[in-house]
Design a protein around this ligand. Structure first.
Ligand code: OGA
Ligand code: MN
Length: 229
């Protein structure tokens, strides 16, 4: 009997095909409604103090950081029963993508993100090409009544020229053309290659909630401590 709480073969194949062709995708109504409700309840049960300012690399000037990124985050624990079904869904996605795309995705880490009114995240890469084990980024939105005009869109930009050297998390000085603009609508799932696509979150005009995560590959390099806590 199919398990309706997990992505089916047909969906996994569609996601893998699109990722193979363009390296990014946005899928509306991606996860089952009961699972989305569970995640909404979990995020609502957290008080503001459970969210902390996110770091970008190490030794960053805090004022600079706030200009680049003003969301607040709460790391998810894969052993927490409240979010178990989300990790199960992502594990099925990981196995499905590995089977068809040979990505070698090894594990998954994720956090809730809360963008208070006015918060944004300027153009950045999630991983530094060849030097970070984050391979595929995921974003799942948890905003039941998001309207056009509420801002907070995710903008995916074209890849930087190969020779451009960028540090992860830092705003890129010159933007590449816009490929896709995504409204943070409830249950929309976004996937993109972490090392390839610069992206930004436009200022949100009301509180905006999501789960951002990364599938990682198992690199032998131990010089990079990732993620920063
Ligand atoms: C991030 C990020 C995108 C979004 O947290 O690194 O780019 O739409 N999030 O929330
Ligand atoms: Mn990002």
């Amino acid at each position: 009997m199919p398990n309706h709480a997990l992505p089916d073969e047909d969906l996994l194949k569609r996601l893998a095909d699109t990722l193979y062709q363009q390296g990014y995708l946005a899928l509306p109504d991606a996860l089952p409604p009961p699972l989305i409700r569970t995640l909404q309840n979990r995020i609502q049960a957290l008080d503001n103090a459970a969210f902390h300012p996110a770091g970008i690399g190490r030794e960053q000037d805090y004022r600079h950081l706030k200009r680049v990124r003003s969301d607040r985050i709460h790391w998810l624990d894969s052993h927490d029963p409240a979010t178990r079904s989300y990790f199960d869904w992502m594990e099925a996605l990981r196995l499905g993508l590995n089977r068809t795309l040979f990505l070698g995705l090894f594990d998954y880490e994720c956090h809730f993100a809360w963008y208070p009114q006015g918060a944004r995240y300027q153009t950045h890469l999630d991983a530094f090409r060849g030097n970070n084990n984050r391979r595929l980024s995921t974003v799942l939105y948890l905003n039941p009544d998001w309207q056009t005009g509420d801002g907070g869109e995710l903008v995916i930009h074209a890849p930087l020229p190969e020779q451009a050297v960028r540090l992860p998390g830092l705003a890129t000085p010159s933007a590449t053309p816009e490929l896709l603009r995504i409204q943070p609508l409830n249950a929309t799932l976004v996937l993109f290659l972490s090392e390839v696509f610069p992206h930004e979150v436009l200022p949100a005009h009301k509180p905006r909630y999501s789960i951002t995560g990364w599938f990682r590959v198992n690199t032998s390099s131990t010089r990079q401590a990732d993620p920063p806590a």
